[in-house]
Structure formats: structure tokens, C-alpha cells
Design a protein around this ligand. Structure first.
Ligand code: C2E
Ligand code: CA
Ligand code: CA
Ligand code: CA
Length: 285
């Protein structure tokens, strides 16, 4: 048996997993695992929503659902701490399904409140993506919640996508047939090429934050991002810049005609109530 540990990759917003034996699991980690097993039943999870904006129109076009765990003693536990653990223990399957359902219910509620329709983006972990009945589960949740499929976008990381490209293609084609949108998350960190990803039925590429961070300080990164943006356009893909924090980053992205963005410069992840208020206020703009 093995435990997953993660460490921040030097200078990148990207976590690598290290496998160690069970015997080295710290008491803290074992404790965390124990409380994670009960967290869903105890209702300790909530979903936050981070707006995705189109700077050409100034409108919010989507929201990314981001899981939050309010631990009774430890307070807010960051996803980068507990998601690897949920993945390793398999708890990510029920937790992930809960996030998907919660996010679909929320988007449907926004539509029923008369707000302009937006896309809800939901992250799928590697294990979730590889579960045998993923497409059926997604179909069931869409049916139960009444959300039309084109208002749901599923995100898988580039690393997950390229691990077994044939498998990925099969699953994505099933989802695509249903009408669900598909995004590649953390694009640029998986060292794949767009020519390989081009074989997949994708709608959106999300350039990883690590590139945006270096955009204005490293001319090579600026060239790479420029090339990715133009290639994405050639392939007819939407391209979203993740983690835009500074005006200079926005200015550069604007200059290369990258219009879709997500980042603290616009909005941080918001509670459902705050997200609703934000959508309501932009309706009157
Ligand atoms: P991610 O999918 O790449 O999500 C984006 C992360 O970047 C979020 O962190 C978000 O809060 C953060 N972020 C957005 N804009 C900025 C910015 O301008 N600056 C900085 N510094 N950060 C920004 P968060 O919510 O802590 O989530 C971390 C990761 O945990 C996510 O990365 C995703 O991999 C995972 N995660 C979160 N929720 C879920 C979930 O429901 N299911 C699964 N499987 N994974 C999830
Ligand atoms: Ca994501
Ligand atoms: Ca990402
Ligand atoms: Ca990430």
C-alpha cells in the first residue's frame, strides 16, 4: 500500500506526487484521512465559484467550481492538501460526484433565477476520469438537475489527458456526444503537444498559471504563450488564461488577443451567495 505526498514544484503552481510506503504516513496524515472519510456525511464540504470573464464583452461567461473543506477543528483545509488524499483513498469518487451535482444544481438555479446563462466548469481528478461509468453518472446528474449539457464543462488536466490518449479519446467522445463541454486544465505543464491533443474533442484549453506568472518577466514564456494562443485559435479552441493577477498580464494577453481569463485580478473564488450577487450585479451593467 502506498501514500501520496505532494510537494510544491520549484516556482510553479503545480504539485508533484511522491509515493512512499504506508509506514511513513504521519499521524497527522492518518488523522486527516480519518476525518476525510466522514466529511461528506457531516456536510463539511462546500463549493466555491470562481468567475471566468471575457474581456472583450466584459461579461462573466462561466464559473469554475472549487471544492472547500471546512474542518471542525482545523478550519479551512486547502484542496491541494486533501484532494491527493481523497484521490489515494478513492474517496474522490463520492466527493467528486457531490461536487458535480452541487455545481449543476447551482447553475440551474442561476438560470431559473433569470440570470444570463453561463457555463459551470467542474474538475475531474484522474481516478474520477478513469471510473468505468463516468459518462453514465454525468448523464444521470444532468437529468436529475435539469441542466442542459452545453452549460457543463468538465476539466481534466493535461497530464491526465495524455497518460493514455486512446482511453481519453474514447471517454471524451462519449461525453462530447452528450453535448458536454471539455477543457484541458493546467495546459503547458504536461509537456504534450497540441498536435496530440488535437485528436481529442475539446472546447477549451486553460493555460496554467505558471506561464501567466512569468509572462511579463520572461520573454521566452511570452513567446510560448503567444504561440499557444494562436495555435488554439487555428484549431478553433477557446483559450482561457488562468491565474491572471496583474494589470500588465492582462495588457499583454489583450495584445495577443487572448480574451478569456480567470484570476484574482477579476474575482477570487466566491461563496455561492457572493457568486449569485456578482452575477446579479453584472446583469444590470
Ligand atoms: P485548478 O483546477 O488549477 O484551480 C485553480 C486554482 O487556482 C484554484 O485553487 C484557484 O483558487 C486558484 N487561483 C485562481 N486564480 C488565481 C490567481 O489569480 N492567483 C492564484 N495564486 N491562484 C489563483 P484552489 O481552489 O485552491 O484549488 C486547487 C486545486 O485543487 C485545483 O487547481 C484543482 O486541481 C483541485 N480542486 C479544487 N476543487 C476540486 C474538485 O472539486 N475536484 C477535483 N478533482 N479537484 C479540485
Ligand atoms: Ca481547474
Ligand atoms: Ca488549472
Ligand atoms: Ca493547477
Amino acid at each position: 500500500d502506498s501514500a501520496l505526498y505532494y510537494a510544491k514544484d520549484q516556482g510553479r503552481n503545480n504539485y508533484q506526487y511522491y509515493t512512499t510506503t504506508l509506514s511513513t504516513k504521519t499521524p497527522e496524515l492518518l488523522n486527516l484521512e480519518k476525518s476525510l472519510r466522514c466529511a461528506l456525511e457531516r456536510g463539511e464540504f462546500t463549493v466555491y465559484y470562481q468567475p471566468q470573464v471575457n474581456i472583450a464583452t466584459g461579461q462573466i461567461t462561466g464559473m469554475e467550481a472549487l471544492l472547500r473543506w471546512q474542518h471542525p477543528e482545523m478550519g479551512l483545509v486547502a484542496p491541494n492538501t486533501f484532494i491527493p488524499l481523497a484521490e489515494e483513498t478513492g474517496l474522490i469518487i463520492p466527493i467528486g460526484e457531490w461536487v458535480l451535482r452541487t455545481a449543476c444544481i447551482q447553475n440551474r438555479a442561476w438560470q431559473q433565477a433569470g440570470l444570463p446563462p453561463i457555463i459551470i466548469a467542474v474538475n475531474l481528478s484522474p481516478k474520477q476520469f478513469r471510473q468505468p461509468k463516468l459518462a453514465e453518472i454525468v448523464a444521470k446528474i444532468l437529468q436529475e438537475t435539469g441542466l442542459e449539457p452545453q452549460f457543463l464543462e468538465l476539466e481534466i488536466t493535461e497530464t491526465t489527458a495524455i497518460e493514455d490518449l486512446e482511453f481519453t479519446r474514447t471517454v471524451l467522445l462519449d461525453l462530447e456526444k452528450m453535448g458536454v463541454h471539455l477543457a484541458i486544465d493546467d495546459f503547458g505543464t504536461g509537456h504534450s503537444s497540441l498536435s496530440r491533443l488535437q485528436l481529442l474533442p475539446l472546447h477549451n484549453l486553460k493555460i496554467d498559471r505558471s506561464f501567466i506568472k512569468e509572462l511579463t518577466t520572461d520573454v521566452k514564456v511570452a513567446h510560448i504563450v503567444t504561440a499557444i494562443v494562436s495555435l488554439a485559435r487555428t484549431l478553433g479552441l477557446k483559450l482561457t488564461a488562468e491565474g491572471v493577477e496583474k494589470q500588465e498580464e492582462l495588457d499583454f494577453l489583450k495584445s495577443i488577443h487572448c480574451e478569456d481569463m480567470q484570476g484574482y485580478l477579476f474575482h477570487k473564488p466566491l461563496s455561492a451567495d457572493k457568486a449569485t450577487e456578482t452575477l446579479q450585479s453584472q446583469r444590470f451593467k
